[in-house]
Design a protein around this ligand. Structure first.
Ligand code: BTN
Length: 324
């Protein structure tokens, strides 16, 4: 990947670059340049070859840059960052951090990728992750809490994500329990929490965050639910480095505070983003489905569902809004 990535750095300005010039800069033949660029196209990048002019990207790409991200972060959040790695390509940033969790990484360690070969969503779904187009970020945090006390963490992270998106100029963000980030009922972003090496009284959590920034039409055909991206919402390009800085600035303090305060201080804010409160929804459980009126969430992160005047708590499941 490294040669390809170097080629991409040259092409990222969106201008034409002759094959000979690229070959000379990379120390490879023109044929090898062509092969590397074809491989980049297969990762989802639109690269044009024009005889006599050379190669160019259909659109300039702003590559992720650790320095640009950290310098744009809020000071208090920067102090919480345990380290940052940016990879051109990974199977999944969550899988990677889960594998590294045993090697002593500090709380607040961040991993980003330009491309995920096997990006993962909730419930075993695939997370469509084309190159250089979106944000794929995972964060590690260590808690001296039992896994059972972490039920509200993904909702807390949802609030932090909504704050970051608002700070980026996106109005109308909604959260659908447990942690879908929606805009006008379309999926804009997702959160995948995984625990690694938990033992009684101690848990290591990997928090995976995916935000659709500029999903190509072709990549979008692989998404199996209504979706949107930031460019469609805002009608303009948004810097991924700036957005990552906003995201880290909001999420890291929330991860820290959860240890002592849990979800409670964020509960009202979560309810203000609730996409389904007051609506009739169906909760899908492994062996049954339950229909009732969504009545918000509690401080453990449980969904409250009212049926026949009785409100019950649900800690797991998938909800869909029932169309009348
Ligand atoms: C969802 O299904 O809503 C959760 C999607 C989470 C996607 C992110 S992208 C970064 C991290 N790495 C993964 O493989 N998944 C998460």
């Amino acid at each position: 990947m490294s040669l390809r990535y170097d080629a991409l750095k040259i092409l990222s300005d969106g201008g034409f670059h002759a094959g000979t010039q690229l070959g000379a800069a990379l120390g490879i033949s023109r044929t090898a340049v062509w092969k590397h660029l074809r491989a980049l196209s297969e990762l989802g990048l639109d690269i044009y070859a024009v005889p006599g002019k050379g190669y160019r990207l259909a659109q300039p790409v702003e590559l992720l840059d650790a320095q640009a991200i950290t310098s744009a972060m809020a000071d208090d959040a920067r102090a919480l960052l345990g380290g940052i790695e940016i990879h051109p390509r990974l199977d999944s940033t969550n899988t990677y951090l889960m594998q590294q969790a045993g090697s002593g990484l500090a709380s607040g360690y961040a991993c980003l990728a330009e491309y995920q070969e096997a990006g993962r969503g909730r419930r075993g779904r695939n997370w469509v992750s084309p190159f250089g187009a979106n944000i794929y970020l995972s964060l590690l945090w260590r808690y001296t809490l039992d896994p059972a006390q972490l039920g509200g963490l993904s909702l807390a992270v949802g609030v932090a994500m909504a704050r970051a998106l608002r700070a980026a100029g996106v109005d109308g963000i909604a959260l659908k329990w447990p942690n879908d980030v929606l805009w006008r009922d379309r999926k804009l972003a997702g959160i995948l929490l995984e625990m690694s090496g938990e033992s009684f009284g101690a848990s290591t959590v990997v928090v995976g965050l995916g935000i659709n920034c500029r999903m190509s039409k072709e990549a979008g055909t692989h998404i199996t639910q209504p979706w949107t991206d930031l460019e469609k919402i805002l009608g303009r390009h948004l810097s991924r480095n700036a957005l990552t800085a906003l995201l880290l600035s909001e999420v890291l303090p929330v991860l820290r505070d959860y240890q002592t305060a849990g979800l409670a201080p964020l509960l009202d804010e979560w309810q203000s983003y609730d996409a389904v409160r007051g609506k009739t929804v169906t909760l899908q459980l492994p062996n049954q489905s339950i229909t009732g009126v969504a009545a918000g969430v509690d401080r453990d992160g449980a969904l409250l569902l009212t049926r026949g005047g009785v409100t019950q708590r649900h800690l797991a499941g998938e909800i869909s809004v029932r169309v009348a």
